[in-house]
Design a protein around this ligand. Sequence first.
Ligand code: S3P
Length: 422
Amino acid sequence: VTTEILRRASGPLHGRVRVPGDKSISHRSLVFAGLAEGTSTVTGLSGGDDVIRTSAALRALGVVFEGERISGGRSALREATAVIDLGNSGTGMRLFTGIASSLGFYSVLAGDASLHTRPMGRVTGPLRQMGARIDGRADAAFAPLSIRGGGLSGIDYTPPVASAQVKAAILLAGLAADGETTIHEAIPTRRHTEEFLERCGADVSITEWADGYAVTVRRSVLAPFTLDVPGDPSQAAFFCVAATIIPGSDLVIENVYVGPGRAGFLEVLAEMGADITIAETGPATADLHVRAASLKATEISGARVADTIDEIPILCVAAALAEGTTRVADAAELRVKESDRIETVAAALRALGSEVVTFPDGLEVTGGYVLGDARIDAVMDHRVAMAASIAALAGTGDVEITGFEAVESSWPSFRSDLEGLQ
Ligand code: S3P
């Protein structure tokens, strides 16, 4: 376990920077390239451990990697001879549970201690309904999971929780199932899986109503593709908040994905009074120009929780430096992320000197307290480590973060990149 000490920023943050390639898109780029018949070319992938584990899992199943070129195809995949270790990655575990369910052989999926506490029934339940034979702890509610795949039939399914990972797992299985597989969403989630289904020429149809959304896939052979993965908005959010709270800052974050389900944090920050200009650079990408601003409290609840779920830790840091009390509600999902983020974010902010109250489905953060010396445990959670680091920049003391190495899962160079802005 490594302990890092972070301190007040030495001056305003400035420059033009890039953040790592989007993690959700990176996982799906690899998975779709692995399933597509032929050779795909993918650049700009996240270099975090989560995404490296996804590459390794595909390699274990017979996908061939040569630099940026990835050659796969369902017909080329074969049984892995060892346990597939997905590390800390919930996305990796859920996507591969869907994929393994669709492959006519045996797979064992495992990860680290944190991943083994995360709920898997949300994917194993519907995949069993499709015909996959899945076993695991507590009747496949938790990994490690062992899966005998193949022989699937489509289902018509409405996930009880808004989850893009569940949607992806079932749609990936649906690509090799008899009949149609339909996912209904009352609360829309990020659409990366749908974007890849379309990019790879899958037999997919999307229906949208005023109050609902459904996506249907049928058995498909996927075509290879070429993609440069855009910057990760969830990582850009750390720098957006940093530049907002450090007086005099003026920072441009280049080429960030701002497509459906991922740009909600920009709306929240705008409401709080942040000064962020969004200059489109493509159909779903933008440069974000952030200048320092003073913030006021807001509320994050209802349908927009799904659009900001990964950014709530850093938005809570913004709240700790804003005037008034910010309320986060309808966000019980935070309790089953890499850590129980309602409690771990609250503990970090309290250690820094903020006033925080927690509820079963959220928290209230009262801003305006001076953030001082603190000792914070990142509890195997990359976003807690990074959020605490940004809070330290705006504070007055030494912030000791134990377990800082959690940043490896999504942003190994986070500390040096952050220092490069000063
Ligand atoms: C992700 C979906 C979200 C998000 C996670 C990445 C994805 O999780 O929190 O970091 O790539 O599909 P849920 O699907 O569990 O909400």
